[in-house]
Ligand binder design. Structure first.
Ligand code: SF4
Ligand code: SF4
Length: 381
């Protein structure tokens, strides 16, 4: 007789391959953004996958059917083998995107990356105004370097997306951010409200916008979409806290994206390491296709079978997939609960409580440091 675990695997439908691989090459980064999506426990360089492992992961991703690879971090340019990895991605037919803070690259390096087959650059900004941007990123002179990099990206013939992470401390300059993005020749501008996991959750009271700020920002983005139509695409990522329905986090658990951490753990999203009770699969010992298809972490919240009420009988269950598992864990203590961002969730009141707390006095920022949250001061006064 077939063991029950094997029988369950045999009965499970084979999932569509992920659209994208998010390759977090390193947690090293010269910046210290207080909303960084990296975990509080950052990996040191000695724990990172080596070049051979990453090359194999790219091969396996292409074989699995992945179409895009996003080289991310931390700062992916901190990896000496980035050029080799970009070339392998190109050789395997993967569309490659470099997600960079932009403060270390020079023209020769970006030219070499373009020649190796890089397809696109996404450059992050902390603000439209240099003093504020450098304060938020904890890196003096960083903003000026980013402006210079945008010119270099164009000189290398690569398309550019600029990304602004917005929050209570910089939203008043949203119109200036949109002007800057257009001035820099970006084909896409991403305006992304802070997502409150990891470092963002630590700094929630300092970063959370009021409902009035959020509504004003949304109106500005909608107007800009009209004004810039046909010239610049604007992506807009809103915070869940003021919403009545959650977003489809990562396009649904283990449906669109596979994330590899610097140390080689495979995750359905970059915050999934916060989920307790799982042994995270490692690409050091398992192949990507097997992880995607069968790993318990990936299958646990895939689809709709796992859903509690009210999601189970909700008409939106295949639209937002019950929201974010990591947010459910962080705010309700159970990853299997309906995302409390949903007004139908029995836990929805925790969002209102958080919004009320976060519109009080603005505490000092806790900067992202490899040494953890004990380091409270910025490199820039
Ligand atoms: S959010 Fe800031 S600190 Fe985090 S990886 Fe990006 S640039 Fe570095
Ligand atoms: S009840 Fe569940 S599926 Fe329905 S809108 Fe809320 S989170 Fe989405």
């Amino acid at each position: 007789m077939m063991p029950s675990s094997l029988a369950a695997t045999a009965l499970r439908p084979v999932p569509e391959p992920p659209l994208a691989l998010l390759a977090e090459l390193t947690h090293r980064c010269p910046l210290a953004c207080p909303y960084c999506a990296n975990p509080l426990e950052l990996e040191r360089a000695s724990a990172e996958l080596d070049t051979a492992d990453w090359l194999r992961v790219l091969d396996e991703a292409a074989a699995l059917g992945v179409l895009q690879v996003h080289f991310s971090g931390g700062e992916p340019c901190a990896r000496r083998d980035l050029l080799e990895l970009v070339k392998r991605a190109a050789d395997r037919g993967l569309y490659s995107n470099l997600i960079t803070s932009g403060v270390t690259l020079n023209q020769a390096e970006i030219d070499r990356l373009a020649a190796a087959g890089l397809d696109h650059v996404q450059l992050s900004f902390q603000d439209a105004e240099a003093g504020s941007a450098d304060r938020l990123g904890g890196f003096r002179g960083g903003h000026a370097r980013k402006l210079a990099l945008a010119t270099m990206v164009h000189a290398a013939g690569l398309p550019l997306t600029v990304n602004f992470v917005v929050h209570r401390q910089n939203l008043e300059r949203l119109p200036a951010m949109l002007v800057l993005g257009e001035t820099l020749g970006a084909s896409r501008i991403e305006i992304a409200h802070v997502q409150y996991y990891g470092w963002g959750l630590v700094n929630r009271a300092a970063l959370m916008p009021s409902l009035a700020q959020l509504e004003a920002a949304t109106a500005i983005v909608e107007q800009a979409r009209v004004t810039l139509h046909g010239r610049v695409t604007i992506d807009y990522v809103v915070p869940d806290y003021h919403a009545t329905r959650p977003k489809a986090c990562m396009g649904g658990w283990a449906r669109r994206i596979i994330n590899i951490t610097p140390a080689g753990l495979a995750l359905p999203c970059h915050a999934a390491e916060t989920l307790p009770g799982f042994t995270f699969p490692s690409v050091r010992s398992q192949d990507l296709a097997g992880i995607w298809r069968d790993d318990p972490l990936f299958t646990k919240f895939r689809g709709t079978d796992w859903m509690p009420e009210p999601c189970q009988s909700c008409e939106r269950r295949e639209i937002d997939w019950g929201g974010c598992r990591c947010q459910a864990l962080a705010l309700t203590g159970d990853a299997a609960n309906t995302d409390p961002a949903c007004a139908l969730s029995p836990h929805h009141a925790v969002m209102a409580d958080a919004v009320a707390l976060a519109t009080g006095p603005t505490p000092d920022l806790v900067y992202r440091r490899i040494s953890g949250i004990a380091a409270l001061t910025s490199a820039v006064g």
